[in-house]
Design a protein around this ligand. Structure first.
Ligand code: GLU
Length: 387
């Protein structure tokens, strides 16, 4: 069969492949410690499940508008105003099949052959692949551990050409966990405005912050940057709703309309009753986030202590998200090699940094129970000692 050439131009999602592999091994009875996908191990909070069940019982099982249920679009606009200080109307919002799909719709609506998209590395692995699928060009800007894995103003300026259309900003970051300060974001915002490009702010981890670190959204630094910003977010990480597939984007109405048009010919609306769960997530108490966050905080402390005690592994302190991005350079193995051997020898699943554009690192997600973390870290220690 001759498949479309775009298929061969992209790589499969390694986070999803390794996660499925670890889950399949578990199902076979193998005692795997999985640190692979960033998937909170908590059940979806009960009030959210109840709201979806009620919607199901009330017959909310029909097609809805491709853009999303009006009540959810309004609740999202309200959230963006309340939490982020952004003045969006419901018409500025599209509900998508997860945060990932909001980015996909955006790239499809915006990027074509000849367009450049600036992506700081390490990056979440699907950004460049989406750009490739749209026929665009990713301009990867490497950041380093020394500058906290943050793109500098000079780097951003230097990467912009007359073909640049979009800059991808992800804070808190997957995979590094770093969070830009308000001052740093303001400077990046100024560069975006001066060069009249667009910025997509992937804020899926905005609620997962530690040690009093604050999240500030780039669109909140005045009308000029607001007009050039697209927010991507979702319910998966904050409310432990990974399998529900509900995310959203917000931005200029013309662009959101274009994304709705694309969605109308691809997935149509997000599962109708799932959207009612999402409404409950936004409109009910946010205590469930606090509960998960206190567990993540404890796990983060533990995992950092254990990893740092292993000779040859180096790990910066992540300010947000639920990943540790460990430098394995001293070990002398490539990241795929390291992760394959680790899985084979010790039944520990981790994601090779090459997937995120950093072959000298591996990523561990600590969105998993403390028991697994303890056992997994013991195994990691044994593995490194055996090399
Ligand atoms: N975003 C999560 C991760 O990086 C889930 C898997 C994926 O969609 O890539 O692990």
């Amino acid at each position: 069969m001759k498949l479309a050439s775009r298929v061969n131009q992209v790589k499969p999602s390694l986070t999803l492949i390794i996660d499925s592999k670890a889950k399949a091994m578990k199902a076979e009875g193998i005692d795997v410690c999985s640190f692979s996908a960033g998937e909170p191990d908590f059940d979806t909070p009960i009030h959210i499940k109840e709201a979806a069940k009620k919607a199901l019982d009330e017959g909310k099982t029909r097609y809805g508008p491709a853009a999303g249920e009006p009540k959810l679009r309004a609740a999202i606009a309200n959230k963006l105003k309340k939490d982020n200080g952004l003045e969006y109307k419901p018409e500025n919002v599209i509900v998508t099949n997860g945060g990932k799909h909001s980015l996909y719709n955006l790239i499809m609506a915006l990027i074509e052959a000849g367009d450049e998209v600036i992506i700081p590395s390490p990056y979440w692995l699907s950004y460049p692949e989406m750009v490739t699928l749209a026929g665009g060009k990713s301009v990867i800007v490497p950041t380093t551990i020394d500058n906290g894995y943050k793109i500098t103003p000079e780097q951003l300026k230097g990467a912009i050409t007359e073909r640049t259309k979009l800059f991808v900003l992800n804070s808190p970051s997957n995979p590094t966990g770093m969070v830009y300060t308000a001052d740093e974001i303001e400077i990046l915002a100024r560069i975006v405005v001066e060069n009249d490009i667009l910025v997509v702010s992937d804020e899926i981890y905005e609620k997962i912050l530690y040690d009093g670190v604050q999240h500030r959204t780039i669109g909140s630094f005045g009308p000029e940057i607001f007009a050039r910003t697209i927010i991507s977010n979702g319910f998966a990480k904050s409310y432990s709703m990974t399998g529900w597939r509900v995310g959203y984007a917000a931005g200029p109405e013309e662009l959101i309309k274009a994304m709705i048009k694309i969605q109308g010919h691809s997935t149509s609306n997000v599962c109708t009753f799932a959207q009612y769960g999402a409404i409950a997530a936004l409109e009910s108490s946010q205590e469930c986030i606090e509960i998960m966050l206190s567990a993540f905080t404890e796990r983060r402390k533990y995992i950092l202590e254990r990893v740092r005690a292993i000779p040859g592994l180096n790990c910066p302190t992540p300010d947000g998200a639920f990943y540790v991005f460990i430098n394995i350079e001293e070990i002398g193995l490539k990241s795929i090699d390291f992760c394959e051997k680790l899985l084979l020898a010790q039944k520990v699943a981790a994601i090779p940094g090459i997937a995120f554009g950093a072959d000298e690192c591996i990523r561990l997600s600590y969105a998993t129970g403390l028991e697994t973390i303890e056992k997994g870290l013991e195994r990691l220690e044994k593995f490194v000692a055996s090399l």
